[in-house]
Design a protein around this ligand. Structure first.
Ligand code: BG6
Length: 479
């Protein structure tokens, strides 16, 4: 009991492209999400060869999302009713700079986020804002090949300067890129890189990574200049990696898999490329092109905190072909015989979360923030005493077991600022583009075929999470 600090930031997380809808309203430009086939990627298969058209995909559920754009007041009232202290969302870059390379921003887009942050302020909910969450303006992908092109740094700089300046008194917590390490596995969705995956060289891919890392350091610098009180963090997809056996070769394979993820948080937190990458770059004929000033920028503007998503752990082996693969949104790994999996094959591992928290804290001694965690499941709407609801005991069980491990990590000594569950209101899945993969405390009446009234209903987990927050975690230790 009472493991969570008194000022712990409890809340929920979303992303503009998965729930705002209104994809062409008030001057918004298209983003890479709007043209993706049904908006999804097959689990564990990297990225689809993007259809680089300028036409939104007709059956793409993300175009309408859950119409948060027009219903944000109703939804924020529900978040407030649960007692949220923090609310994570992203700014859709293409609402502010519709093509990405304009010199002047779109006022209507800026106004929408002003209104949104004002609404949150009414309830004393802190916004936690992701600057780029899988929604690069489409024009930057088609015209420049996304982050493979160094010009993106300048466009991003203009965008972040604009929003930092505009919201400097409304937003305190910022994340530069969502799951920045995912660009290695989903270059189009994550980095707006139009080159088909099979033609993309490692040289170009890691150069794109470098551009994003430089841009992230630049954003940290600019943000602190605009408001020295800003808390600016990186955001990575975290995955503890277990060796399949105690065989040293498997342990090494697990370490190498993990290093590909650590690369990103290491640079953000330590300000330089880790030594273990030298060999990888050499063996893969990669030579990162540094522009004058890149090194200094990265070393002088490290992040204030490290944030991450956590859904699953993975297993690695030196001979992976001998085992069955696991599933994940952008990263897979092998199946762990000791774990069960969600309906989408994501391995459920609460202790993995404690391990990740300890590993990051031990490595960086920086405050941490869990900005995504949750269970995607098929929910069934039933009649309840107060109207339609979902008896989602499986979700409560998942969150409870994970949060208990968060409590353990805090007891271990980890400094953790907060926890936002993913998809606190049902939204469109990033990897499968389904509505039926639901994470929320709030059910949204929309189906995979696009039908539905968009009405909102509280699930059983709504009241449960409300009590968890009200008791500052005490509820987790009842029963
Ligand atoms: C994370 C992303 O990878 O996982 C989110 O940051 C995404 O955008 C979440 O929605 C859950 O994945 P999915 O594929 O179930 O929506």
């Amino acid at each position: 009991m009472g493991k969570f600090p008194a000022d712990f930031l409890w809340g929920g997380a979303t992303a503009a492209n998965q729930y705002e809808g209104a994809y062409d309203v008030d001057g918004k430009g298209l983003s890479v999400q709007d043209v993706r086939p049904k908006g999804g990627i097959p689990a564990n298969a990297g990225d689809l060869n993007p259809l680089i058209t300028d036409k939104p995909t007709a059956d793409n559920l993300k175009l309408e999302g859950i119409d948060f754009y027009h219903r944000y007041k109703e939804d924020i009232a529900l978040f407030a009713e649960m007692g949220f202290k923090v609310y994570r969302t992203s700014i859709a870059w293409s609402r502010i700079f519709p093509n990405g390379d304009e010199t002047e921003p779109n006022e209507a887009g800026l106004k929408f986020y002003d209104d949104l942050f004002d609404e949150l302020a009414k309830y004393n909910i802190e916004p936690l804002v992701t600057l780029s969450h899988y929604e690069t303006p489409l024009h930057l992908a088609r015209q420049y090949n996304g982050w493979a092109n160094r010009d993106l740094i300048g466009f991003y700089e203009r965008y972040v300067r604009t929003v930092f300046t505009r919201y400097k008194d409304k937003v305190n917590y910022w994340l530069t890129f969502n799951e920045i390490n995912s660009v290695l596995h989903a270059p189009f969705m994550s980095g707006g890189i139009a080159t088909p995956v099979e033609e993309l060289s490692k040289q170009d891919l890691y150069q794109a990574v470098h551009h994003e890392l430089v841009a992230s350091a630049l954003a940290t610098k600019i943000g602190h200049e605009i408001n020295p009180d800003f808390k600016i963090g990186c955001m990575v997809l975290a995955m503890p990696t277990y060796p399949m056996t105690p065989k040293p070769e498997d342990v090494l394979a697990a370490r190498e898999f993990e290093n590909q993820n650590y690369l990103f948080s290491d640079i953000h937190a330590r300000g330089k490329y880790p030594a273990y990458m030298n060999r990888f770059f050499k063996e893969n004929d990669i030579e990162i092109q540094f522009a004058p000033g890149d090194k200094e920028l990265m070393s002088e503007h490290t992040v204030d905190f490290v944030s991450f998503s956590y859904y699953m752990s993975v297993v690695a082996a030196h001979d992976p072909e001998s085992y069955s693969s696991g599933l994940g949104n952008v990263l897979g790994g092998l199946q762990n015989p000791y774990l069960t999996a969600s309906e989408w094959g994501w391995q459920v591992d609460p202790i993995g979360l404690r391990l990740v928290l300890n590993a990051f804290y031990d490595r960086y001694q920086l405050p941490l923030f869990i900005v995504e965690n949750g269970l995607g499941a098929k929910d069934v709407l039933v009649d309840g005493p107060d109207g339609p609801t979902v008896e989602d005991d499986y979700r409560i069980d998942y969150l409870k077991r994970h949060l208990q491990q968060v409590g353990e990590a805090i007891e271990d000594g980890v400094e953790l600022w907060g926890y936002t569950t993913w998809g606190c209101i049902d939204l469109v899945s990033a990897s499968t583009a389904q509505m039926s993969k639901r994470y929320g405390f709030i059910y949204v009446d929309r189906n995979d075929d696009g039908t539905g009234t968009l009405a909102r209903y509280k699930k059983k987990s709504f009241d449960w999470y409300k009590e968890v927050i009200a008791t500052n975690g005490g509820k987790l230790y009842e029963d």
